[in-house]
Design a protein. Sequence first.
Length: 110
Amino acid sequence: MLNTFLRWIAYALAIIFIAWLIPGISVEGFLTALLVAIVMALINAFVKPILQVISFPINLLTLGLFSFILNALLFMLAGFITPGFEVDGFLSALFGSLLLSLMALCIEKI
């Protein structure tokens, strides 16, 4: 239980860092970042698997590169759903999702 709570906080801090680092991504505060972490977890748990199955043929044709586009679109979806979290443009979403994926590798080691 404590481990899950620490990961949740770590993801929120990662989202704040990404918003600070990448222009075009903004988050209002720590509570908003916590909400974004929950929304991203729900999107990755329920929406992403369905979209991966649907987009399998194009992902196969692009040798997996379409996964980057799918992750960026889901990052933009989180920005659309969550009040106080804004993602302006596809490139910001692409870099933000890439950076969040890299940071998630470190966070999951906790």
